[in-house]
Design a protein around this ligand. Structure first.
Ligand code: MG
Length: 281
């Protein structure tokens, strides 16, 4: 794969991403795939998807977990519903995460992405130990598949994130760095954070946002097209160069309810990334 291959967050039959057809129209060659519905995660469907991807000349760089019942409606509801942290759904979602990983293996994909949720802050609590154990269990399963787990950044401070990676203590746990999420969740300066976690970054989202005018950490900021927010697209790519990142640059624009606008704005992001690449590479 080329250095900084441009990609997009895409879906086959579900989720937040654009369709493969749209990605193909935009000349994109790599995708992170939002996990397909359970009934699509079969060896036959995997073959079908791979044939379709080959037709489009595309490679899947990661499969992202998503679960029934997750909602990003507000920061509070996100904390209550997303990922492996909510205790009531944890066991079932852990099983499903492993099924998603096995399906990703059928697709020849060696990275699973996951927004595991809001890791508890008290590192001595039973809750923290339980979440750590669940993620370790998942990583051990992935290891047997020759896969890595990429944690989606967002709601954790740098210290919290690094502490969690050390607590899980496996050699296949890494980071999918999404600079916009740090702004959306009110964590703060994404590029400073990127420098500190650099050695763990194995995939990124090119996404942008503006900070909330309300209370950071309580009220959402706003997601905006890549290059139009507070991330500073050029500085982001410059920092990626500094930390030695040469994996794909995956554009994420989460407005599936407005497909025409989504396509236009992703097209503009592709153009922007190519122009910055031309300067920096
Ligand atoms: Mg993201």
């Amino acid at each position: 794969m080329d250095k900084w291959a441009v990609g997009v967050f895409a879906s086959i039959d579900a989720g937040l991403g654009v369709s493969l057809e749209v990605a193909c129209d935009l000349g994109i060659t790599t995708v992170q795939l939002h996990t397909p519905h359970r009934n699509s995660r079969t060896p036959e469907k995997a073959k079908e998807f791979l044939a379709k991807l080959a037709d489009y000349g595309m490679t899947i760089t990661a499969v992202f977990c998503g679960f029934e019942g997750e909602s990003y409606e507000s920061i509070k509801i996100t904390a209550e519903t997303v990922g492996l942290v909510p205790p009531l759904s944890r066991a079932a979602r852990l099983v499903e995460s492993k099924e998603i990983a096995d399906f990703a293996k059928l697709l020849g994909v060696d990275a699973i992405g996951s927004h595991i949720g809001f890791v508890p802050h008290d590192t001595h609590s039973a809750e923290y130990k339980d979440v750590t154990a669940a993620v370790r269990d998942l990583c051990e399963h992935l290891k047997k598949n020759g896969q890595r787990l990429h944690l989606e950044t967002g709601q954790e401070s740098v210290e919290g994130l690094l502490g969690f990676i050390h607590a899980v203590d496996t050699d296949n746990l890494f980071i999918n760095f999404d600079p916009a999420n740090l702004i959306l969740y009110g964590i703060g300066d994404p590029l400073g954070a990127l420098k500190k976690v650099g050695k763990y970054v194995r995939s990124v989202h090119c996404k942008d946002a503006t900070a909330t005018k309300g209370t950071p950490g309580v009220d959402w900021g706003a997601e905006v097209p890549f290059g139009a927010g507070e991330v500073n697209a050029e500085a982001f790519l410059r920092t990626l160069k500094e930390i030695g990142y040469d994996g794909p640059l995956t554009i994420e624009r989460e407005i599936p309810q407005e497909p025409a606008r989504q396509k236009t704005e992703i097209g503009q992001a592709v153009h922007l990334i190519h122009s910055i690449k031309a300067k920096l590479l």
